[in-house]
Design a protein around this ligand. Structure first.
Ligand code: SF4
Length: 338
């Protein structure tokens, strides 16, 4: 049934795949005349509430997602939590993504109706279009309107990735630019002009761009004098090549952000590479190990793996970053003297 009114609101948790797909999702709903409500950046209260509903073994990003969803419960009429199974041939997402809508239904019984669209491109375009249409049917009976909304959303998604790649922006900066949430353009050249080292940070976007769970990692590196590069700043085809070189065909959907980006940055002579993973994450522990082995083989660029969980403290993280950057600087001095 179509209950679309001026007040209809869809909640989008600012966690997990938000960093990859928010502009596309928001455009789709807005084209259908629906208002989207985004949760605020992660807070301690969100992490605590998420942890209180999930079993302890769950990885931190899913606990954080639960906290974001809880914060939206009384602010929206629907909650958008898709089950993203596969975004490429024979590469599948981690099981947490597959079961995310069901998990949230189980632990948040007070949640508004969850829009739990299935996304699995291996089932073919026809199934994908049917699923998009079923999602749109909550708000309109007009298939042409849904089709137009989906096309606009896809255009926005491509422009978003192009913007990050061409201007060297992080997802947060690109989202601010697209929706003018802060209304301020980012001059990357000026921002980077005083930074003397170049450090690549690789990992899932929900780990490297959530300032609460990574303890403002990027900001800290910049204040310590490092220009930070991330996976979105490299063309996806280039990352695909780097990943294939290291492990062949991908098995996990987002392998390119970890293995592709890690393999690529270890070869382009940045000063150091930091891999970020979540404690208890099966896929990441295997993927980051591939990057670590490559770093060990090449012996050219210092590599450090940071494992985050809800108990990670600021002081421990800062000490590790300082020690890592000291090693990077020493390595650079030695190379200059040779
Ligand atoms: S890939 Fe790892 S960190 Fe991400 S949701 Fe799955 S288990 Fe959690």
């Amino acid at each position: 049934m179509n209950f679309l009114t001026a007040m209809t609101k869809v909640g989008i948790p600012r966690a997990l795949l938000y960093y990859q797909y928010y502009p596309m999702w928001r455009t789709f709903f807005e084209e259908l005349g629906v208002e989207t409500v985004l949760s605020t950046p992660t807070t301690k209260a969100m992490v605590n509430s998420g942890c209180s509903r999930m079993v302890a073994e769950t990885c931190l990003p899913v606990k954080v997602f639960c906290g974001h969803a809880l914060s939206l419960v009384d602010k929206c009429d629907y909650m958008f939590i898709p089950a993203i199974r596969s975004m490429g041939k024979r590469a599948y997402n981690c099981s947490k993504f597959l079961g995310l809508p069901d998990m949230m239904k189980a632990v948040i019984p007070e949640c508004p109706l969850i829009l739990d669209m299935d996304i699995d491109v291996t089932n073919g375009k026809r199934t994908l279009y049917q699923n998009i249409y079923s999602l749109g049917r909550h708000f309109t009976w007009n298939p042409a309107k849904v089709k137009k909304a989906a096309e606009k959303a896809w255009e926005c998604h491509l422009a978003y990735y192009q913007q990050m790649f061409s201007q060297g922006l992080t997802p947060t900066q690109a989202i601010d630019e697209i929706f003018s949430e802060k209304g301020v353009g980012v001059d990357q050249e000026t921002a980077n002009s005083s930074l003397t080292l170049t450090v690549a940070v690789v990992g899932h976007p929900y780990l490297i761009y959530d300032d609460y769970i990574n303890h403002r990692l990027i900001h800290r590196l910049q204040t310590m004098g490092a220009r930070v590069l991330t996976p979105e700043m490299v063309d996806e085809e280039v990352l695909d090549v780097a990943m294939t070189k290291l492990v062949g065909n991908p098995r996990w959907t987002y392998e390119v952000d970890v293995i592709g980006a890690g393999g690529y940055y270890l070869e382009v002579k940045v000063d150091g590479v930091i891999g970020v993973i979540a404690f208890g994450c099966g896929p990441d522990s295997v993927m980051m190990d591939m990057v670590y082995r490559k770093a060990k083989r090449l012996k050219a660029i210092p590599f450090m793996c940071l494992t985050l969980d809800e108990h990670t403290a600021d002081a421990g993280l800062v000490t590790r970053l300082e020690a890592f950057l000291d090693m990077v600087k020493r390595r650079r001095r030695e190379q200059t003297c040779v």
